[in-house]
Write a new protein. Structure first.
Length: 76
């Protein structure tokens, strides 16, 4: 589990999350099969403001913004 503090809409959020790096596409295995690429994944486990869990009241829009900002932390 990783932790980060992000400022979203002028509020500092304390976020616990898991980040899983995606896998690249394999066009062909020796047997002729293949495997599509999988995307990077962010699983947000906890969001707190001043120690208070706020996940139940976060809108989908804010939740997506949190995930997008975490993805940006891992971009090269």
């Amino acid at each position: 589990m990783s932790k980060v503090e992000l400022k979203i809409e002028d509020v500092w959020l304390e976020i616990d999350y898991d980040y899983t790096e995606g896998e690249p596409e394999v066009t062909y295995y020796p047997d002729g099969s293949g495997c599509p690429a999988s995307p990077d994944r962010v699983d947000v486990n906890e969001v707190k403001v001043k120690g208070v869990d706020v996940i139940p009241i976060i809108s989908d829009f804010i939740f997506e913004d949190i995930e997008n900002q975490i993805h940006k932390l891992y971009e090269d």
